[in-house]
Design a protein around this ligand. Structure first.
Ligand code: ZN
Ligand code: ZN
Length: 134
């Protein structure tokens, strides 16, 4: 009964500083259990590139973004990275600076082309819509 866990790099929307969110496999989905600020340049992250699927939510022990303290997170539809999320309808991605409208739930991370999730409320996925430059 070893519980699987994966670390995914995210960034704070306010400071754009990177941090790591640890997700634990809860059988029916993944729960964020910890967020750790990445000091300095970082070491690349051991689990980068691993693809995990399912429902994503904030676990009871999750203490939020290390920088601003928001408890939720979103996945950018443009670049696929995670950022902290305060519940707004639209956010600016701290990775690609694209404006992202929040809709739907995160069903996978690290870019897997598959969608069969249902339910889950806390974690939102974002899609870049209506890119208007200038
Ligand atoms: Zn933050
Ligand atoms: Zn992005």
């Amino acid at each position: 009964m070893a519980s699987d866990s994966v670390e995914v790099t995210a960034r704070c929307r306010e400071t754009t500083d990177p941090f790591t969110i640890r997700f634990e496999d809860r059988g029916d989905g993944w729960a964020a259990t910890d967020a750790t600020a990445i000091a300095g340049a970082g070491d690349g992250g051991a689990d980068d590139g691993r693809r995990i699927q399912g429902k994503f939510r904030s676990g009871a022990a999750y203490d939020g973004c290390p920088d601003c303290g928001t408890m939720m997170f979103f996945r950018c539809g443009g670049c696929g990275h995670l950022g902290c999320y305060d519940g707004s309808d639209a956010v600016v991605c701290p990775w690609c600076e694209g404006r992202t409208t929040i809709r739907g739930d995160i069903e996978e991370l690290e870019g897997v082309d598959r969608g069969d999730g249902d339910g889950g409320r806390l974690s939102k996925t974002g899609d870049v819509s209506g890119l208007s430059k200038g």
